[in-house]
Design a protein around this ligand. Structure first.
Ligand code: HEC
Length: 111
C-alpha cells in the first residue's frame, strides 16, 4: 500500500515537472536533443535506480548505457517491469513510455 502511494506521488511530480518545463523552457534541457519530454520523465521516474547517466545500477538495476535490448524490448520492460523494477504501464501513457525509452537510448550513445 505504501508502495502504491509512492508511485502515485511520483506520477504527480512527473506531471508537475512536465508542466513547469513546457512553460519556462529550462536551460538543462539544452543538453538533450531538443529538450525531450522523455528526459524529464526519466529524471523523475528512473534515476533512483539507474542514475541520471543510466550507469548507476542501484538496487540491482542494469547499466542502461550498455544494454543490448531493442527499443521494443525496452518498452516491454518499462511497461511490465522486471525483477526489482516496477511496471510503469499504470503510471505512464504509452507515449510517455516511448519518450522515456527514446531518452534511455540516447544515454548509450551507440555508434
Ligand atoms: C526500483 C528501481 C528501478 C527503477 C525506479 C527503474 N528501474 Fe529499470 N531496472 C531495474 C532493475 C533491478 C533492472 C534489472 C531487471 C532484471 O534484469 O532483473 C532494470 C532493468 C531495466 C531495463 C533493461 C536493461 C537491460 O539491458 O536488461 C531497462 C530498459 C530499464 N530498466 C529502464 C527503466 C526506465 C526507463 C525506468 C523509468 C521509467 C526504470 N528503468 C526505472 C530497476 C529499476
Amino acid at each position: 500500500m505504501a508502495m502504491r502511494r509512492t508511485r502515485i506521488l511520483f506520477m504527480g511530480l512527473a506531471l508537475l515537472v512536465l508542466a513547469c518545463g513546457s512553460t519556462s523552457g529550462g536551460g538543462d534541457d539544452a543538453m538533450a536533443s531538443g529538450g525531450s519530454p522523455g528526459k524529464a520523465l526519466y529524471n523523475m521516474n528512473c534515476t533512483l535506480c539507474h542514475g541520471r547517466d543510466g550507469k548507476a545500477g542501484l538496487n540491482g538495476a542494469k547499466d542502461l548505457t550498455t544494454s543490448t535490448l531493442t527499443k521494443s524490448e525496452m518498452v516491454a520492460i518499462v511497461q511490465n517491469g522486471k525483477g526489482a523494477m516496477a511496471a510503469y504501464k499504470q503510471l505512464l501513457t504509452p507515449k510517455e513510455i516511448e519518450a522515456v525509452v527514446d531518452h534511455v537510448r540516447t544515454l548509450g550513445r551507440k555508434k
